[in-house]
Design a protein around this ligand. Structure first.
Ligand code: AMP
Ligand code: MG
Length: 447
């Protein structure tokens, strides 16, 4: 059961603080009900990373013929029952050849040299790998006269000795075993990663229909925040959040619309929120904590917003807010109020905002994938919040090791940039000893 599914606008001041799992489930529920934008048609490579608005079907059987998967000899498996078996080589089929069944059938006692990717000749039911064979000198076989040239490597007959048996069906993929003509290979909502691109390419889809990217407004708030090109005054800081968020939005498949910085003053803040609500999603940063000048929730309440939660039991990011607002855009626009501390902004985007963006982009919300690594040194912490602490994953191959980064809290982007993952600590743990396997979340695209 999810606590506090929604809070009416007039009771928006009521805090609804959910556990991490409740908050995530709630966001995923909303995300799965979203409809995506209009489709557009792009050249295949221009659509790399985009979300398919069409299905991709097999335009023929895959493979389109019985495809050899080894270099060797096409044989009848029954001929190799007693070893070593000597077979007469009557020709050769290389990839791209189309063997004529009339002249290139493998009869009892015969073999045809075959290359990986070539069609299996008629009457053959297996391929013996060339590594398990050896040539035997033998006189020219006059029976070969009249074989089509394209199925023969030369005009002299050879005898080959088979040193291992095969079972029928070995070392080739039967026609249609991977997919039948007409079968759906890629569904709508599938991201065009390199594997999907291979399928689109192999089915002749040189242009594909994908969904337009959702437009995501980014609104940073704070009297101390200034544009990055200006020289900050002694108490000012540059607006890094708008840029880190825009990069995360782009990486997740959205188009970032960076708005002007909102001061901690309700009139201008309201105007900018109204501007942001024209987009498909609005992400605010800052102004959602308990401070006297944290005005985001107040202004959204004035705009008759519906709040689904006003906090989550996580660190970093506890004050995170999720809701939607109908006015003034005349359509329901989701928003997140992300805490302004730069690390909190980044983490709450990944943990909670991303599924809504994915839904708007046309794909089902993607699950969070947790890995495990062995903790290098003990962690002591406080109970009550689920923690996602910046950490460094190291170790070779399967021997994953992880240790927490030394950091100064959620504002420390210098420390964060030295990390590559977040160790996940459950709310009930005060101490985790070195050597324990702990869950972690990889930071996307960070080395
Ligand atoms: P707030 O959530 O507004 O209380 O801000 C928390 C901390 O994050 C403060 O130290 C802010 O100065 C900092 N901060 C807020 N907005 C930004 C921003 N856009 N870029 C970088 N830091 C910010
Ligand atoms: Mg602030």
């Amino acid at each position: 059961m999810i606590r506090g599914m929604s809070v009416a606008a007039d009771s928006a001041s009521l805090p609804v603080v959910l556990s991490f799992e409740e908050a995530r489930h709630l966001v995923e529920q909303h995300a799965s009900q979203l409809s995506s934008g209009q489709p557009e048609t792009l050249d295949l490579l221009a659509a790399s990373g985009r979300i398919l608005a069409q299905e991709v079907l097999a335009d023929r059987d895959f493979p389109p013929f019985n495809r050899a998967t080894r270099d060797g000899y096409a044989v009848r498996a029954a001929d190799l029952a007693a070893l070593p078996a000597r077979l007469e080589v009557i020709g050769e089929i290389k990839a791209g050849d189309w063997p004529d069944p009339a002249s290139s059938s493998v009869r009892h006692g015969q073999a045809i040299a075959i290359m990986t990717g070539a069609p299996l000749p008629a009457e053959a039911d297996a391929v013996v790998m060339v590594e398990h064979t050896a040539f035997v000198n033998s006189p020219v076989n006059s029976a070969l006269a009249g074989m089509p040239a394209n199925t023969l490597s030369n005009t002299s007959s050879k005898t080959v000795e088979m040193r291992r048996s095969v079972s029928a069906g070995e070392n080739f993929v039967p026609r249609g075993a991977e997919a039948r003509v007409g079968q759906i290979l890629l569904g709508r909502g599938r991201r065009l990663d390199h594997a999907a691109i291979a399928i689109a390419a192999s089915t002749g889809n040189h242009r594909v229909q994908v969904f337009r990217k959702p437009r995501v407004a980014v609104l940073s708030t704070g009297d101390e925040v200034v544009e990055i090109a200006t020289v900050p005054g002694p108490a000012q800081i540059r607006n890094s959040n708008s840029y880190s968020l825009a990069a995360q939005i782009q990486e997740a498949g959205g188009e970032a619309v960076r708005l002007a910085i909102a001061p901690d003053e309700p009139v201008r803040l309201r105007a900018l929120i109204e501007e942001g609500l024209q987009c498909d999603l609005l992400l605010l940063t800052g102004g959602v904590s308990m401070g006297k000048y944290d005005l985001v929730e107040q202004v959204l309440t004035e705009l008759a917003a519906e709040f689904y939660f006003t906090g989550a039991e996580i660190q970093p990011g506890r004050p995170v807010v999720f809701g939607s607002c109908a006015a003034p855009a005349q359509h329901k626009t989701y928003f997140f109020g992300l805490p302004g501390n730069p690390v909190s902004t980044m983490v709450t985007f990944e943990l909670l905002a991303r599924p809504i963006l994915e839904g708007l982009a046309g794909m089902p919300p993607q699950p969070l994938v947790f890995l495990r690594a062995q903790l290098k040194s003990e962690i002591k912490t406080k109970t009550g919040l689920k923690r996602f602490l910046p950490a460094i994953l190291s170790g070779e191959f399967e021997n994953a090791e992880v240790e927490l980064a030394r950091w100064q809290g959620s504002g420390d982007i210098a420390a964060l940039a030295r990390t590559n993952c977040y160790v996940v600590i459950p709310p009930d743990r005060e101490r985790i000893e070195a050597g324990e396997w702990v869950p972690l979340l990889l930071a996307r695209n960070r080395n």
